[in-house]
Every structure is written in C-alpha cells, then in structure tokens.
Design a protein around this ligand. Structure first.
Ligand code: APR
Length: 230
C-alpha cells in the first residue's frame, strides 16, 4: 500500500508548539500579513526576522511526540511506499526518526541567501544580519515559504498523490492552499482518504473517514492498524 501523509501544526501541538488558528494560535498574537509575506519582509525585516528567531529558539526547548515517532515507525516499515509531506517548518518529524520529510513550506532551521541563492542549516538568529556562509552578503532570510510564495516540491507531491492508494491528513485546518486541495486531488484520482484531527476541519466532509482526537493517540493507533493489516 502506497500512502501519502500530510501533516499540519496539530501534529506538533502536544510537543508545545502553538498552532496557527486555534484559540492560543500564533495568528492570534500576530497578523500574518505583517510577519509572513515578502512585502512584510521588505517593509520591516527586523520584525519578521525577530518573529522567526523567536520560533527557532523555541524549537530548542521542545521534543517530538508519539505522533512523530509513530510516523517514523511507519516509514521504517513502508520505506518508499510512505510519502510524508508537512506544512510544518519545525524539525520534529526528523527528530522523531523520519528520514524522508518533504517540507512544502520550508524549514525554520534553514536560512536562504537572497544574494547567491544558497541555503544553509541555521539554528541561530538572523536579525543581526549575519553574513552568508557562501557569498558573505548580509542577505539571509528564513528558508520559509511565505503567503504569496510558491510552496516547495509541488511536482513531486502531485506525483505522489497520483500514485498513492491512501491519502491521510493529520492536524491541519484545511484552510490553506495548495495543501487544502490535496484531498480533492486524491479523491479525483479515486484514492481512499482519511483525516485524523482534534476538531472538524474545513475539509472534513470531503474525507471518506474522519477520526477525532489528539494526534498522540490517533496516529500511533492508526499506524498499528496499517502495520497489522500488512
Ligand atoms: N492533535 C490533532 N489535531 C490537532 C491538535 C492535536 N493535539 N491540536 C490542534 N489540532 C488541529 C486543529 O483542530 C486544527 O484543525 O490542528 C489544526 C491546526 O490548524 P492551523 O492552526 O490552521 O494549522 P495548519 O493547518 O497547519 O496551517 C496551515 O497555514 O499559517 C499557515 O503556513 C502556515 O503551514 C501553515 C498553514
């Protein structure tokens, strides 16, 4: 069985990372237009850099949870028959043991040089304009896909959705495109679809099946089910 799993902020919520649109979500305290667009970066780069520097610092204080670990277990069993794509910019899937994680919205622990195009692993801050390790220009920005920018790996994601037997969505509100369209694409290609989410999402009625509960309970139980059925 070939499976595509899409994850969102909900899979990292129980690790202590705020989601975006829940009661205590990131977008409650910040207007996304002022911190997550190229225009915002042009208008006030310090504000944007500080926003992502703070989030990068928080990453050092959290750990992967049972949902991340269960998906790594599934990868170990299914190998290339599991395609894991995440909207998350945290590295908790990798720290949970997954080795093939497609970050369609980029990564917090990476910096992108807008002068030479180089990308660099980055765990420190960027607000003080450190030089690019390749070209020395002070032109580093977070390697994160902002609103209005094109997500990464879209061709490979489309290919995986076309080739899969099952599409599973975990911990996402289904409000942000193109990820919110994956269920429609999968159904349009005759695939089985399953949602694992704490609350109903914008796309719940589109899924063949939708289960309610915290990811740390739903995901390990679902992985056990898949592996038991092999
Ligand atoms: N277990 C499972 N699901 C959860 C949990 C949990 N413990 N906690 C919250 N959720 C669910 C919520 O019910 C909600 O449907 O996770 C979802 C989180 O939704 P959002 O905050 O909108 O996050 P996400 O869908 O990942 O956002 C998509 O929007 O802001 C942009 O680029 C950003 O990648 C992000 C994109």
């Amino acid at each position: 069985m070939r499976i595509v799993v899409l994850t969102g902020a909900g899979v990292s919520a129980e690790s202590g990372l705020a989601t975006f649109r829940d009661a205590d979500g990131l977008w409650e305290g910040h207007d996304p237009i002022t911190v997550a667009t190229p225009e915002a970066f042009d208008a006030d780069p310090d504000l944007v850099q500080r926003f992502y520097d703070e989030r990068r610092a928080v990453l050092g204080r959290v750990q992967p949870n049972a949902a991340h670990v269960a998906l790594a277990r599934l990868e170990a069993e299914l190998g290339k028959n599991l395609y894991l794509v995440t909207q998350n910019i945290d590295d908790l899937h990798e720290r949970g043991g997954s080795s093939r994680v497609h970050h369609m919205h980029g990564r917090l622990r990476a910096a992108w040089c807008t002068a030479c195009g180089g990308r660099h692993e980055w765990t420190d801050t960027l607000v003080e304009r450190p030089p690019c390790p390749s070209c020395e220009a002070s032109a580093l920005r977070p390697d994160v896909v902002w609103f209005g920018e094109v997500p990464y790996d879209m061709d490979a994601i489309d290919q995986a959705l076309w080739a899969c037997d099952l599409f599973v969505s975990i911990g996402t509100s289904g409000l942000v495109y193109p990820a919110a369209a994956f269920v429609h694409y999968a159904i349009g290609n005759g695939k089985r679809t399953l949602e694992l989410n704490l609350a109903a999402s914008d796309g719940t009625s589109d899924f063949h099946e939708s289960r309610r509960g915290p990811a740390t309970e739903l995901v390990p139980a679902w992985v056990d089910e898949v592996l038991a059925a092999r």
